[in-house]
Design a protein around this ligand. Sequence first.
Ligand code: NAD
Ligand code: UDP
Length: 323
Amino acid sequence: MNILLTGSAGFVGSHLAERFLKDGHRVVGVDNYLSGQTRNTELLGGYPAFRFVEADVSVGLPEGLADEEGGFGAVLHFASPASPPHYQQHPVDTLRVGAQGTENTLELARRCGARFMLASTSEVYGDPQVHPQPESYWGHVNPNGLRSCYDEAKRYAEAITMAYHRHHGVDTRILRIFNTYGPRMRADDGRVVTNFINQALAGRPLTVYGDGAQTRSFQYVDDLVEGIVRLLEAPHHGPVNIGNPDEYTILQFAELIRDRINPGLPIIHEPMPEDDPRQRRPDITLARERLGWAPQVTLEQGLDRTVAYFRELSRGTGPQEVR
Ligand code: NAD
Ligand code: UDP
């Protein structure tokens, strides 16, 4: 199958492209490097069935791309900054890639008769008042706060995806991804996994925001990729949560990482960011029942692989965390 994947130079996109290439598909990756890395494109360039197009999907996809490639069987829209410091540095670009970017990729899928998948997010649940979060929960989102550029862009993206499905008959999928980590995250992306690992590797204190009682549930990237491949094959058009229900407070998470890397390090507290969700944990009943999917990689296994990656990286470039 010919697959068009936006966000191929990003963390999730690069793993997903590689899985498709290993499965024998052809992949055209599109990215503008807003939050991606050239090293991911170089890695994928090692596969003859990969082609890279540098473009801003919010502006549009290159004229004639589908004809040159002989059409696409699937279009997957994964382009969007995902780390809170990144999307808050680029709020307008984030809204545009969720709005115009989603419309442009949906339009391409409609013209090609391709299947379409949107990478949505657990952030559509906002600061949830229902716990754990099932797909039927409508969420609790501040429509104009600091996180709204991301949350509302993704909520709009879900709405226009369903509109293309209902109005134009496009064969769509909506994937709600919960916190995912693994090798190839940007060391400086400011998310909690990269900050804690790189702080511990550099012998610096781990920075817990607030009292650390807020919770997250962390999924290893290989589990996510398996869920994506299964969802693409399943005739289900409503949203599907893909995440690991194993929930930790951020303080527990800091202690876990510190104790695996450098047990003597202090944990310090910094101010809690605005609108930071207090709790997050996926209800994955739907994915279990409809996709036969469940996470396989434990947090300890996933962290060991991720720490090994950043240890290697830090020998060369000395990654720094950002806020
Ligand atoms: P990432 O920042 O590593 O990758 C996103 C990629 O999209 C980057 O390479 C970036 O350059 C590219 N991009 C952004 N705007 C673009 C534009 N206008 N045109 C072309 N390319 C553009 O983030 P990620 O963690 O790999 O996330 C990938 C997708 O998964 C995103 O849509 C994100 O919202 C979603 N998601 C991720 C997580 C997670 O925990 N990683 C959780 C929920 C949802
Ligand atoms: N966080 C933290 N220290 C850091 C980075 C993040 O305590 O150095 C917290 C953040 O406030 C949030 C959680 O960790 O409660 C997860 O943050 P992340 O940015 O990874 O993703 P989010 O789930 O908030 O989108």
